[in-house]
Design a protein. Structure first.
Length: 597
């Protein structure tokens, strides 16, 4: 027999498990009002159509909104199909006729799991049939029937008809602000290909998709089968599209033209720059070409101000570290360094520091290579080494410009380091980046560059070391129990048996389990005790020991705290805070992370 309490709980479970209606979800999420729903329900009885389709046709909601709302009702993932989201060759696994009958289309495959867009993702017979046809495990996601059939018909021949598809795309989606003026002359077949709308629109699709997905780079590279287009999101490269053979030269030429590069020069590396309007905002692109065995490869760096978070509070510092960093920045003179490998977010941290300091009362000058983002109230200078305008020469000229604060994009050599230290000692605030593995290692690096310890001890005020760790995808987060080896590497063996979080992988995160990144920061404030050790040229491990005794956390310890707080996984923390195997943790001049137990 069941108790009254059990009976009540079962009744509650049945009530809680009642499928939500799409109208309820649309009202709850604020897409429509109750009056709009009531009117649509009346129209539905007259028209005899599905409520969602009626709302889309009436312009009350978009197709994407309908998909996401239906997905919430069914408890599955929703997706609006578009070119570049799927691998067209996978349609051959089930065939176009069967795909049309089942109203399903494969999106992408990861190992033995095939993600399939279906208009009825809860249909077990359809899932069983797809599994039988492909021999793979099926992961269903929801898409609208018309959207599925549209792409089944487009890819029915087993390949993408790029000309037919891309010609239908609006070229105005991506507008080049500054077009290259090309001298008129005899045209070639290549010229006609570049001028043709399919090539223009293919490039636009690549740019627009990368901007929408918040990619940092686009890679356009030749291979034996034609062209491979990839983009980098959250530090990892992902496939975007594979245009048919014969288009590579035209795609490269199109990018070179809008990037103001020489399309005739294919033997030497080149660099270009273009500003486009996409998604209603201006975005700077840096184009770099390099010759390879199979043809020219392009890498396009996307500089989108919308992705630049200059508010220091948004970077991810712990409150104690943020307070110390801000206190150090506001000192009237001295040097503050930001260290870390390429792609660890050093420039963003420097810009956030400039955002904190900039005011009409200060003359702030930067020297960068290149200037990535333009900031108000800041005088920004871009080095040009080809004409002799390098960091050291620019710095010496800046010192005659009555600066209050100088930002140096990177200290690369002894001459630049020396001028920077002298500027810090003569009453200027100096911000700079340096390539070292952790904060104490920055001292050793500058000494190795020839800076005398007694000068450095007076000039340096603080050092930030940082990494970027991928954050767990909120759509597929799950519990897991790290292995004993992972817990040992994370220096928390006592947490064996405790559940942590990671991403299982889904369509939203391209099956990576991660979406977005956040900073891991180690801040070293130069106290009087630390200044005395630097003056005596103490080895790096001695500096680390003092910081540890003062309660300073290492980079890995900072990252482990983020994993404990369920922002990222332990494995991701270990990956981004890895010690260089070429240098031991006790090396006095290595600048490596020596993790305290």
């Amino acid at each position: 027999m069941t108790s009254p309490q059990d009976h009540n709980s079962h009744q509650g479970m049945r009530r809680a498990q009642r499928p939500r209606l799409v109208g309820e979800v649309l009202i709850t999420d604020g897409h429509i009002t109750e009056d709009q729903l009531s009117k649509a329900l009346v129209d539905q009885k007259t028209a005899g159509r599905m409520l969602g389709e009626l709302l889309v046709d009436q312009g009350m909601i978009s197709g994407g909104t309908l998909v996401q709302s239906l997905a919430k009702c069914l408890g599955v993932r929703g997706v609006q199909l578009r070119h570049g989201l799927m691998d067209p060759s996978l349609l051959n696994l089930i065939g176009a006729e069967e795909a049309e009958r089942l109203k399903a289309i494969p999106l992408f495959r990861v190992h033995d799991t095939l993600t399939v867009a279906m208009c009825e993702p809860q249909s077990l017979p359809t899932i069983d049939r797809l599994s039988e046809l492909t021999g793979l495990e099926i992961r269903p996601v929801l898409a609208l029937q018309d959207n599925i059939l549209e792409f089944v018909h487009k890819y029915a021949d087993g390949d993408v008809d790029v000309d037919a598809f891309l010609t239908s795309l609006a070229e105005s989606d991506v507008e080049v602000v500054e077009r290259e003026q090309v001298d008129e002359g005899p045209t070639t077949d290549l010229d006609h290909m570049v001028e043709g709308s399919p090539i223009v629109n293919l490039v636009n699709v690549a740019l627009l998709t990368a901007v929408k997905d918040k990619a940092s780079d686009i890679h356009i590279e030749p291979n034996k089968n034609g062209t491979r287009v990839r983009y980098r999101i959250d530090g990892s490269l992902r496939d975007l599209m594979n245009p048919p053979p014969g288009m590579h030269a035209a795609i490269v030429s199109r990018m070179k033209i809008i990037g103001k590069m020489d399309i005739a020069e294919k033997r030497l590396p080149q660099e270009g720059r273009v500003r486009i309007v996409a998604e209603g905002r201006e975005i700077d692109l840096r184009v770099s070409s390099i010759p390879t065995l199979l043809g020219e490869k392009l890498v396009i760096r996307i500089l989108d101000k919308q992705n630049l978070h200059v508010r220091m509070e948004d970077l991810g510092f712990r409150p104690e570290a943020l307070e110390g960093f801000q206190r150090t920045l506001k000192l009237s003179h001295g040097m503050v360094l930001v260290t870390g490998p390429t792609g660890s977010g050093k420039t963003t941290t420097l810009y956030s520091a400039l955002d904190l300091l900039r005011s009409p009362e200060l003359n702030i000058v930067t020297v960068e290579d290149p200037v990535e983002y333009q900031l108000d109230l800041i005088n920004q200078i871009q080095v040009h080494e080809a004409i002799g305008l390098d960091f050291a020469r620019t710095l010496r000229s800046i010192l005659r410009q009555d600066p209050d604060v100088i930002m140096i994009g990177e200290i690369r050599d002894q001459e630049t380091a020396g001028v920077a230290v002298q500027a810090a000692l003569t009453g200027h605030g100096v911000l700079a980046t340096l390539h070292t593995n952790d904060a104490p290692g920055a001292i050793a690096r500058l000494v190795d560059m020839g800076i005398e310890p007694y000068l450095l001890s007076s000039a340096i005020n603080g050092v930030v070391a940082q990494r970027l760790a991928r954050t767990i995808c909120s759509s597929c987060t799950m519990k897991y129990y790290p292995s004993e080896m992972v817990l040992q590497d994370a220096m928390i063996p006592e947490m064996a048996g405790r559940a942590f979080r990671k991403g299982a992988g889904c369509a939203s995160c391209h099956d990576s389990g991660f979406q977005g990144r956040m900073g891991i920061y180690e801040f070293m404030e130069v106290t009087p005790e630390l200044r005395r050790l630097i003056y005596r040229n103490a080895p790096t491990h001695t500096l680390r020991g003092l910081l540890h005794s003062q309660g300073q956390l290492s980079l890995r310890e900072e990252g482990v705290r983020l994993a404990i707080d369920q922002h990222t996984s332990l494995e991701e923390v270990i990956r981004v805070t890895q010690v260089d195997d070429n240098e031991g943790p006790g090396d006095e001049r290595s600048g490596n992370v020596e993790v305290a137990a």
